[in-house]
Design a protein around this ligand. Structure first.
Ligand code: XLS
Ligand code: NI
Ligand code: NI
Length: 437
């Protein structure tokens, strides 16, 4: 039985369409800068939000209406959910998906039983993936939900929690390999702390690094070639998460010899929680050679927690696409909608409106970004702003011809620095608006 009987495959109808179940900008095979839009954008759906969020919040009960889900913890129900998921992916035109081990299959009484349940559901993922050609963007493990992880997983004070997490990630990497995942994501969950008086921070960080090295080693051992990602988030659930932002994560990866194996998975809402915005995080990671994948969503500035809403702001997607195009686009990564519909948007059809809106926002952002790049006007402003480095003393410094003594001699002789030029911030902001509207 179809889960979404009233919806057919969502089509591109162009900017003038008023059909809320059509794309106005996302035209998968249309070329932008010589590459199909679907190759630029690589849209992915998060199983945990789309199939498992029931709409409950700390104040209220579940709200979601999901007719294909009988609400039980049976394997059969878990398998049916996967079939409904693929029907959704096919109809919405999403090429990739991501899940945590525990999103897709229930936990048993022992780890062995849990692994067996997971295998039974992964079987259906495999069938559906072969049937549709839709594949896994990245896999991950839930190392935060069960009480055994109350102090964290890899950074827990309890060695058995670390060991259990290791067993779980071992299995999750095997499953990711089985489903041809292009990556594997570490999101800290509870890797952080609440109170410094009871915490051995150095030991916890050392353990986290050891854990990641074990994952990298095991992937090599079994021939899993997917890219590892580290997903920053500054707080929630712990007060101080060790994976605060890209700068903190990249420092960690470099300090513990993990830089060759792990890139960043950047989430918009986590960037804003860290006091940045997503284009800052993308630019920082990319400039350091660590741009991997993106968890596409948005937060609510007035609420200030991880609301994981669908991204619809074209100004934001344009900035994101400008960074992405500048650095040559995704290789293994993609735009994974780590986003959920609001608890008041409880009908199955809302899942379509949400994803279509997000996909269109990025498609439009991609087109605007490409147009800005093609005109060269923004580049020209940046180039002019840094032109003092292109010749004379600037070029000499960049090429290593100077030290403090020679620069002091240069300035003593010159007497005063050349005057600065305007930053033209308002000019460039207006310029971007001109391409957008
Ligand atoms: C939670 C994270 C999570 C990761 C995967 O805040 O965004 O969803 O993406 O564990
Ligand atoms: Ni995320
Ligand atoms: Ni989030």
């Amino acid at each position: 039985m179809a889960a979404f009987p009233d919806v057919t495959k969502v089509q591109y109808e162009g900017p003038d369409s008023k059909n809320p179940l059509a794309f106005r900008f996302y035209n998968p095979d249309e070329l932008v800068e010589g590459k199909a839009m679907k190759e630029h954008l690589r849209f992915s759906c998060a199983f945990w939000h789309t199939m498992r969020m029931n709409g409950s919040d700390p104040f209220g009960m579940p709200t979601m209406s999901r007719p294909w889900d009988d609400g039980s913890d049976s394997i059969e129900n878990a398998q049916n959910r996967v079939r409904a998921f693929f029907e959704f992916l096919e109809k919405a035109g999403l090429q990739y998906y991501a899940f945590h081990d525990r999103d897709v299959a229930p936990e048993g009484k022992t780890l062995a039983e849990t692994n067996k349940y997971l295998d039974e559901v992964v079987k259906v993922f495999k069938e559906e993936s072969e049937r549709t050609g839709i594949t896994m963007l990245w896999g991950t493990a839930n190392l935060f939900g069960n009480p055994r992880f109350m102090h964290g997983a890899a950074t827990s004070c309890n060695a058995d929690s670390f060991a259990y997490a290791a067993a779980q990630v071992k299995k999750a990497i095997e499953v990711s390999k089985e489903l041809n995942a292009q990556g594997y994501t570490f999101w800290g969950g509870r890797e952080g702390y609440q109170c410094i008086w009871n915490t051995d921070m150095k030991r916890e960080l050392d353990h986290l690094a050891k854990f990641m090295h074990m994952a990298v080693d095991y992937a090599k051992e079994i021939g899993f070639t997917g890219q590892f990602y580290f997903e920053p988030k500054p707080k929630e659930p712990t007060k101080h998460q060790y994976d605060y932002d890209c700068a903190a994560c990249i420092n960690f990866l470099r300090a513990y010899d993990l830089a060759d194996y792990v890139k960043m998975n950047i989430e918009t809402n986590h960037a804003t929680l860290a006091g940045h915005n997503v284009e800052h995080e993308m630019e920082y990671a990319a400039s350091q050679g660590f741009l991997g994948s993106v968890d596409a969503n948005t937060g609510d500035m007035l609420l200030g927690w991880d609301t994981d809403q669908f991204p619809t702001d074209v100004s934001m997607t344009t900035k994101m696409m400008l960074v992405l195009l500048k650095y040559g686009g995704f290789t293994t990564g993609g735009l994974n909608f780590d986003a959920k519909v609001r608890r008041e948007s409880f009908e199955p059809i809302d899942l379509f409106y949400a994803h279509i809106g997000g996909m269109d926002a990025f498609a439009k952002g991609l087109k605007v970004a490409a147009a800005i790049r093609e005109s060269g006007e923004l580049d020209a402003v940046v180039k002019a702003r840094y032109s003092s480095w292109d010749s004379g003393i600037g070029a000499e410094i960049e090429s290593g011809k100077h030290d403090f003594k020679s620069l002091s001699e240069y300035m003593l002789k010159k007497g005063e620095a050349d005057a600065c030029v305007s930053g033209r911030q308002e000019f460039v902001e207006n310029l971007i608006n001109r391409f957008m509207f």
